[in-house]
Design a protein around this ligand. Sequence first.
Ligand code: MG
Length: 253
Amino acid sequence: MRNKATKGLIMAMLITLAACAAQEAASWAVHDRNRPAPPVVTPGAESRLPPSDAVVLFDGTGLAAWQSAKDGSDARWKVENGYMEATSKAGDIQTRQAFGSCQLHIEWASPEVVAGSDQGRGNSGVFLMDKYEVQVLDCYENVTYADGQTAAIYGQKPPLVNVCRKPGQWQTYDIIFHAPKFDGQTVVRPATITVLHNGVLVQDHWEIQGTTLHKTPARYEPHAGTLPLRLQDHGNPVRFRNIWIRPLADEPN
Ligand code: MG
């Protein structure tokens, strides 16, 4: 009996020692010159312009990177003067390429001539992985429900502040998104999202509660791999320009 207990203790010590050794091997000394240097990336001429390792999704010249979300046909939004514009009844559009965790830069402008109110005023949306909507809406002196206003995670989380510019002016979203992880039907790790609206933090590494739904509490619908980025046609002529994305590792690092 005593022999068995001693053996068990030795095994536990060996396992602990092995774990410590593995941890040490994975860590680096302070200022260790053998530590691999990060890749070199050339920044855009202005910080809003795509760096050298970005996938450019729209540079103002055409919709080659986009297709109809409904049937995969060519995207039918209007392109002119360096922007694309949601065209009523043309439907949502989505990227031909699929993405998961990412850094996204996108610029948008609600119509200069104000029409409608509440959710009917400059409504569009940026759907990460086709499922998780960052709301686009003209909330400059426009009242609507908090979890549906500009930069809300629609139906889930209002933004920290309302930092909307006036109608017609260009606005920016910079988004860091980490995809959720599933084991079968179980959520192992929810998606997380950070959003800067016009350079101001409005979503702070928030855990998304599930797929965006209308008038229904969000819930996850498990998915695997990557999915397209989608832009919403909500019947309002919202414009977009300068869209680029950098795929990220699933684990924040
Ligand atoms: Mg919307």
